[in-house]
Structures are given as C-alpha cells and as structure tokens.
Design a protein around this ligand. Structure first.
Ligand code: CTP
Length: 407
C-alpha cells in the first residue's frame, strides 16, 4: 500500500480523457489513498458525478455556489484537506485559469486556494498543446511549482489528429503521485516503547557550581529522533543541553545522575533502552546550600567525591530489564577490550564504542558532528566507518529495529 493514508483531491476537467480518470480513482484507492473528486461543468459532459462518487466512495463536488457544500466543507477546506491535488485531465482552460489566477468555478477556486502541491496531467488537442499561449501557461505553472505528468504522444480521440496531447495513462499518473508523496515509510518499531538517555549530567557543588562534561546530547537526541522515525514510542531522558526536544519524542529534562536514574526507572517496563548520556561518574558527597565563599587564609575547599549510580548497569541487571539494552562506551584507549568488559559488567546486549581520543582534548567527538564507532555484542564486533552522528543514529535505529523484530 504505497499511498496508505494519503488524501488526494482529484480535479476532473472537461475532456474525453475524463473516462480514464475514473480508472485513476480506482488505482489510487487500491494503493491505500483516499480520493475526493471535484468536477468542472465540462467534465460532467463526459462522465457523471454519480460514477466518480461511486468509485471514490465520497461526495463529488461540482459547484462553487452550492450552499450546502460550502456550508459543509467549503472550497478552502476542500483544498487544504488533501496531501496532493491532481488535475486529470488538465484542460487548456484549467491550465490557463491557474496560470493567470482566475477562479470563477469550484475547480479553479480550489486550485487557487490551495497550499498543497498540484500535479497536472494535461490532455488536449495537439494544436492546443503546442499553442504559444498554452506553452506560456505551462512555463508559468512550472515556475509556480506545479508538477506535470504527460501528455504523451499518440492517437487522439479525433482519429485524424495525432501528436502530443494524449493524457498520461492512469498508472503513469499513479507513479507520478507516488514520486511526489513518496512511499509510506515503514514503521518497524510501531508499538515499541524505547527509553533513551542523552546529554551530560550536572552534579551540583553549590547553588552556582557544578561538575559536568563535554557531551552536547547531539548523538543521543539524533538516536531518539531516528527511533521515532521508525515508529517507536520514544521516551527521552535528557540532561542539560542546548538542543531542541526532538519532534515526535516524549522528552523529560533532568539535571543530575540520580534524577536521570529515577526518571529512567519510572519509565520501565520498556522494549528497549539506549544509554547515550555521558553520566558523571562522581558527584560531591554533599552539595552546599549556599555558595561556597573564598575565605582568606583557608585555601581552596576540598571536595570529597562519591560515586554516582550507574544507570546502565542498574537497568542491565534490573528485574524489569528491557529485552534489548544498548550502552555507549567513551574510551580513549583499548577501545575494544574496554567495550567488551563493559558489555559483561553492565549487563548490556550491545555496546557502541567510540574512541574519543582524537580531536583536541577529546572535543572531536564530544560536541562534534561526526563519530566513528564499533558495535560490540556477543555476536562479535562491527566496525563502522567515520560518519555523521545523524548517520550513526539512522544505522543504529535500523540495527535496534532488526534485533527487536527478530526477538
Ligand atoms: N552510564 C550510566 N551511568 C553512569 C555511567 C555511565 O548509565 N553513571 C552509561 C553511559 O550512558 C554509557 C555507558 O554507561 O552508555 C558507558 O559509560 P562510560 O563513561 O564510557 O563508561 P564508565 O562506566 O564511566 O566506565 P569508565 O569510567 O571505566 O570508562
């Protein structure tokens, strides 16, 4: 169903090719699209609204001044409540009207009122098609962003005439519609709840100071967005970042490691969890209620550090452990050996190991836009070439989908 859920507004112009538009309705609906028809007065000389209505299983709109239709739907809503407007057959008259902004009937008014893509399938006598006025109108329409399919060469209804002007076949028009609307993306992760952690954590020392790291959240946020694009119900728990919340993702904001752990635990159960956050390993044992002041003669304060909870390890060994647990490993040395050790210690199924040693002060990966990772799991090691964090996210989301669907 390449056009599943897509809404097509089909404007049928007056020409003998209108009979092919009836077949077009059927072909579009077979592919999952819903079709609503507008017919010009001339079109009704060739095919009936009854036929178009029966095939589209919807009301057919014919009159700009029909009080009931205008009250119920209205030509503005008609033109907006569609993903694509298809004009087939597009007569010289309809092309001329839209090119010049005329709107004296329902079809032309709808075309002028729309903010959606328009696809025209012209059909007319070859002389009309090659007339300078039609050529001018076509050029204007193309400049305005209207797409065209056909016309084709071949015999015309008038047996004596041949040349360019025959309307494209219904399946050619369908292919053009699919090219514009694109195949409906697959949603292999529909119905899967996935937790993602992202960004750094801030561990307060006092009300104005904190311990942090260089994580920007770019990789974690990109992964959350890529999983959502595959249909997952993504719950992002984000440390302090300057990035916008990814679209289509439920985002929760936290500051410290302990807040992040609590948020993640509250989200269980889930099908999968991806731990991308660069959680601070340590925090100060206490956080001062007031700003720590310099006191003359006393020297700098000594901060006693304690370990933060390891969120990944906690979830990796949790009684409600998600079926798939993915961790990251930021390493500057012995990347593979450390990643393999983390896999075991933290109870993860997959560790995405990235070498943060390259770049100034490790800033190449932390905060940068590119990443080079190795995918470490029980089944071995996969090395990915250097690519953007966006690409890493897309590939990792596909890998997660494959593992979740297989299990
Ligand atoms: N992680 C976590 N909670 C922590 C520390 C790390 O959930 N308190 C997660 C990270 O999100 C990441 C993985 O554990 O998925 C590895 O983090 P990393 O900092 O590379 O490793 P560490 O556990 O800190 O080990 P080491 O300091 O020895 O490198």
């Amino acid at each position: 169903m390449t056009l599943s859920g897509k809404r097509i507004l089909l404007i049928i112009g007056g020409g003998i090719a209108a009979y092919k538009s009836l077949d077009l309705i059927r072909r579009l609906r077979e592919r999952g699209a819903s079709v609503r028809c507008v017919m010009t007065a001339a079109a009704q000389q060739f095919v009936t609204p009854l036929a178009a209505g029966a095939l589209s299983a919807d009301h057919v709109f014919t009159d700009l001044f029909d009080r009931q239709d205008e009250q119920d739907v209205g030509h503005i809503r008609l033109s907006r409540e569609a993903d694509l407007l298809v004009v087939a057959p597009a007569t010289a008259d309809l092309m001329g009207k839209l090119a010049n902004g005329l709107a004296d009937d329902l079809a032309s008014a709808v075309l002028l009122a729309t903010d959606k893509q328009v696809l025209m399938a012209p059909a007319m006598n070859p002389r009309m098609w090659s007339h300078p006025a039609t050529r001018r109108n076509r050029a204007t329409l193309e400049k305005d962003g209207v797409a065209f399919v056909g016309p084709n060469k071949g015999e015309m209804a008038e047996a004596t005439e041949a040349g360019e002007g025959r309307m494209a076949e219904p399946l050619e028009i369908v292919a053009a519609v699919e090219a514009i609307l694109g195949p409906v993306p697959e949603k292999p992760l529909a119905g899967k709840k996935i937790i993602v952690t992202s960004g750094p954590t801030h561990e307060p020392i006092d009300p104005v100071r904190y311990i942090a790291n260089r994580s920007s959240g770019k990789q974690g946020h990109a992964i959350a967005a890529a999983l959502a694009a595959l249909g997952a119900d993504v719950r992002l728990v984000s440390g302090p970042v300057t990035l916008a919340d990814p679209a289509g993702v439920t985002t929760q904001h936290v500051e410290s490691a302990r807040q992040m752990r609590d948020a993640v635990e509250a989200l269980l159960p889930a099908h999968a969890a991806v731990f991308v956050a660069a959680v601070a390993d340590w925090r100060t044992e206490t956080s001062a209620g007031e700003k720590i002041k310099k006191v003359a003669g006393e020297g700098p304060p000594v901060l006693k550090m304690v370990e933060n909870p390891d969120i990944l390890a906690g979830i990796g060994h949790h009684s409600s452990r998600p079926g798939l647990v993915v961790g990251f490993a930021a390493e500057t040395q012995d990347v593979l050996r450390n990643a393999e050790a983390k896999l075991k210690k933290k109870g993860a199924d997959v560790i995405v190991a990235n070498d943060v040693s390259h770049g100034e002060d490790g800033a190449g990966v932390m905060g940068g836009d590119r990443n080079r990772v190795k995918i470490v799991s029980k089944s071995g090691v996969e090395e990915w070439s250097e690519m953007t964090k966006q690409e890493v996210a897309t590939r990792l989301a596909a890998l997660i989908a494959e593992r979740l669907v297989r299990s």
